[in-house]
Design a protein around this ligand. Sequence first.
Ligand code: PLP
Length: 354
Amino acid sequence: MTARTRADLAALPSYVPGRAIEGAIKLASNEVPGGPLPSVAKAIADATALINRYPDSGATELIAMLSARLGVPAEQISAGCGSVTLFQQLVQAMCTEADTVVYPWRSFEAYPIIVQVVGAQQVQVPLHDDQSLNLDALLAAITPETRMVVVCTPNNPTGTAVRREPLTRFLDAVPDNVLVVIDEAYREFVTDPEVPDGVELAKEYWAKGRDVAVLRTFSKAYGLAGLRVGYLVAPPEVTDAVRKVFVPFGVNALAQVAAIASLEAADELLERCKEIIAERSRVHAALTEAGYDVPPTQANFVWLPLGDRALEFAEHCLTHKVIVRPFKGDGVRVTIGTPAENDTFLTAATTFVR
Ligand SMILES: *Cc1c(COP(=O)(O)O)cnc(C)c1O
């Protein structure tokens, strides 16, 4: 081939999706174990009759529903093909190659890839030793070139969440020309009452003239990972800019009806999350009992900071037919599954020789 691709892509880490192996238990991608509710499956099936038509490019009905539920004007909500796409749109809308995105690390794997693909600069800010976000260090990393700072709470892959007092202290201190992006992919699994709802917090800060954006998704608690739909709640200037860089018809028709049907069945879906939350406590306690050092988690996964033994641990789990998600040299993230799946994982974990 003689066509010239971008030379800088050679240095780009590839996004590693969770592995899928026939017959194995997949606890690698933070999906929920339950399939679609009958009402959601029916809405999707009914909508197939119209797939010769383009979808509503503005996802109007979905956004109207979110607007009513969140108490946020529709023009301050954007839907996207998964919240990762909205994160990409945000970076595209906010940053040129001279501008910087500051984010915690280790955190969501998509951040470094997206920032580099867009061509902006990035600053990774190490977590505290206890695996929680270091907000003081995030603040200290902000320079006049910074356009965005990301707060992933609960943080993927460590599960730790940021409480209200430190978060408001941080928001008060961030320069007002920097957009704070709160990534709340796991919000629905949060049970700690001290952890604020990002959308409610954003409203408080908008009232003070401060720019805060929140990313949410239907992929996790709402169980629609396979359909790709998420949303952004942000100041109107930000959602306007994000709409300018969007790929037309990004949220497909089936995803839109499924998201609407899922919001209608929200009570039932969130009820299902309670079982996962109960299992999270059980798995966390069992791992701690077995001598693992597991940070407190507010998400649907646990983090084992195993350092150099991360890959070995994942291989050991595979011999028990359990797929977990290792991050080389750092740790292993394990999604909470059904009680039986978790039991199989715990058998693997407790037989790992450390
Ligand atoms: C899973 C995840 C997302 C997003 O997912 P989509 O499926 O693209 O909506 C976003 N942020 C974090 C931190 C996640 O873990």
